[in-house]
Design a protein around this ligand. Structure first.
Ligand SMILES: [Zn+2]
Length: 82
């Protein structure tokens, strides 16, 4: 992990502004969901990517009945139906 060279103050509501250069670089647009992770004393922001409800995979994830399921688990469910 390396510093981005940016220092921002947290406002009264706990908000910070991500610099435009970082938003552009990390493809974060207005309204995009961001997931917050913590690791020790670090707070990490990532563009939210849906994960499979069964295995947690982020590969080939499809929405099914308002849940996210990966291709591999969908395949296994198809296998169970037979
Ligand atoms: Zn899965």
């Amino acid at each position: 992990m390396k510093p981005a060279g940016v220092v921002r103050k947290v406002d009264q509501l706990g908000r910070i502004v991500l610099p435009k250069s970082l938003r552009k670089r990390y493809l974060m647009n207005e309204g995009d969901p961001v997931e917050i992770f913590v690791q020790g004393d670090h707070i990490i922001l990532e563009r939210y990517r849906p994960k499979c409800v069964f295995c947690g995979s982020m590969n080939e994830v499809h929405e099914f009945k308002e849940r996210y399921v990966c291709g591999e688990c969908m395949g296994e469910m198809g296998f169970l139906k037979r």
